[in-house]
Ligand binder design. Structure first.
Ligand code: GLA
Length: 538
């Protein structure tokens, strides 16, 4: 089958929700969570697609019973409905689920959690980590009914643990918990970018969709009515975490760089800065986890968070990240994210300087045909700005950004078949990647430093198959290939690969993930990868 007829496969989008940390620090309790969940379900956020209510640090004070089970404070987490027991986290989960939302919980990969490192409010309490109890704790989270778990790194860091090893162990504990409970837990890794999680987090331990933090916290919690009420969020810290999160080669097929919870609508950011912040996260395809107190959001902040046209950019089913495509002077940058509509790009003109400036985007830099007319829209207002040949320029205020949608004709791509299968592929036979078989596409060229690679494959299983990709011998990333329904039905997933920027010819090698098998039995685990037919490179 030619690549043109293979169907594009939608990949899991980045999560959307709210997290307790930025506005409540470790003062979080049942009442706080109920109020936030109520607000999300009634203020238009749920209707816009936000779904997770995530409980961050402070829900648990490190107590376990004689069998090692977590004990929570029954006053902080009382019964909510008739027949419930105080001190049972299933109560708050039921409440959240009852509003049609999903529930997230938090722990640490080490013995201690972050409160022993520097408690933000309230006393320091040790032993709030899951080390030594991975199977027990993740099963407990699943049994309570949680849908999402964020795993922090304060204890792991203090003990000098290796994050790639610990987070893979946890991924396997999550898989076992899912198998026992029948309940899925979305996996959020939070080790602030230490030891480059983008190089090991995709598909860690066999997990098929997850996110990993790429840097530190944008803001220390701003908690109304406490000594920390006067803190301010700063736009320059928003930009810092956006920059830390740019690893487009790792963001694909349901795996996402996480630039941190958003501070849209929090004290310190102007509406204009909140809008630019939202533009940056949407363009980056980042998880959209709101940190502001949802019960006191201004109408302007709510409108920014629920603009469906901006959310569509973030949630685009191609699942790719933005790439910086030009910089006409220091701080005058153009970023672009390929979208699933053929020939469409989200484009950000970003002015980091203290003076207004005009910034231009050239169609050829977007991978669109440079000689074609491209229609340009303002992404926030959806107003048509017109049809333009070769480029578009706009004035951008100091410290602000303009987000555009550009729709034109897709530029040329080059089709490659694997070395091992050139004759077979020509004859219509395709090789599966297995543990003994790798597939190499050689002499690959692109005029872009970050090439867009569309992979045509098939996977007859109901669940994703995985393959590891090496670019020029270097382990680049692990890719998830969702089901295509049958061996004879092909699908396409897209990735972005960093090739040699000097235009040299590159090789891309796919093999079955060499990571540990998800199950422990000797004959279990992924011996088969997808059948990869061809790649089209732009
Ligand atoms: C770390 C994380 C934050 C938050 C706090 C809780 O700093 O990066 O997102 O979870 O811990 O203490």
């Amino acid at each position: 089958m030619a690549q043109g007829t293979a169907k594009p496969i939608a990949v899991p989008p980045p999560p959307m929700g709210w997290s307790s940390w930025n506005s409540f620090s470790n003062t979080v309790d049942s009442q706080v969570i109920m109020n936030q969940a109520k607000a999300m379900s009634t203020n238009g956020m749920k209707a816009a697609g936000y779904q997770y209510i995530n409980i961050d640090e402070g829900w648990w004070l490190g107590q376990r019973d004689a069998d090692g089970n977590i004990i929570v404070d029954p006053k902080a987490w009382p019964a909510i409905a008739d027949g419930e027991q105080p001190g049972d986290m299933a109560n708050i989960v039921r409440y959240i689920h009852g509003l049609g939302l999903k529930a997230g919980i938090y722990t640490d990969a080490g013995r201690d959690g972050c409160s022993t490192v520097g408690p933000d409010l309230g006393p320091s309490y040790p032993n709030t980590g899951s080390e030594g109890h991975y199977d027990q704790d993740f099963l407990q989270f699943a049994k309570w009914g949680f849908d999402y778990v964020k795993v922090d790194w304060c204890g792991g860091d203090k003990e000098n643990l290796d994050p790639a090893i610990q987070y893979a162990e946890i991924a396997r504990a999550i898989q076992r918990a899912e198998a026992i409970s029948g309940h899925h837990l979305y996996y959020s890794i939070c080790n602030w970018g230490k030891q480059s999680p983008h190089t090991w987090a995709p598909n860690i331990g066999g997990i098929s969709a997850d996110i990993w933090r790429t840097g530190g916290d944008i803001v220390d919690p701003i908690v109304a009515g406490t000594k920390n009420a006067d803190r301010k969020a700063k736009f320059k810290e928003v930009l810092r975490e956006f920059d830390q999160a740019q690893h487009p080669e790792a963001q694909h097929t349901g795996f996402y760089n996480d630039p941190d919870m958003m501070v849209v609508g929090m004290p310190g950011l102007s509406d204009q800065e909140s809008r630019a912040h939202m533009s940056l996260w949407a363009l980056s395809g980042g998880p959209l986890l709101v940190g502001a107190d949802l019960t006191t959001l201004s109408p302007a902040a709510l409108a920014i968070l629920t603009n469906m046209d901006i959310l569509r950019i973030d949630q685009d089913p191609l699942g790719l990240q933005s790439v910086k495509i030009s910089e006409s002077g220091p701080g005058l940058e153009v970023w672009a994210k390929p979208l699933s509509t053929i020939g469409e790009r989200a484009v950000l003109l970003l002015n980091r300087t203290a003076a207004p400036a005009s910034i231009s985007v050239r169609w050829s830099d977007l991978g669109l045909r440079g000689d074609s007319e491209v229609s340009v829209k303002d992404a926030w207002t959806q107003s048509e700005l017109g049809e333009f040949s070769s480029e578009y320029s706009a004035p951008v205020p100091a410290g602000d950004a303009v987000l555009l949608l550009a729709l034109g004709s897709e530029g040329a791509t080059t089709l490659y078949f694997p070395e091992e299968a050139k004759t077979e592929a020509a004859a219509g036979h395709n090789l599966p990647t297995t543990r003994n078989q790798q597939l190499t596409f050689s002499k690959v060229t692109s005029r872009f430093a970050i090439a867009r690679v569309r992979i045509t494959y098939s996977n007859p299983d109901k669940t994703p198959r995985f393959a590891e990709l090496r670019v020029n011998g270097r382990i680049a990333t692990r890719i998830s290939f969702p089901s295509t329904g049958s061996d004879s039905t092909t699908g396409v997933v897209s990735i972005e690969s960093q090739l040699n920027s000097n235009g040299a010819k590159n090789s891309l090698t796919f093999s079955v993930s060499s990571g540990p098998k998800p199950d422990s039995g000797p004959d279990s685990g992924p011996d088969s990868g997808p059948t990869i037919q061809s790649i089209a490179v732009q």
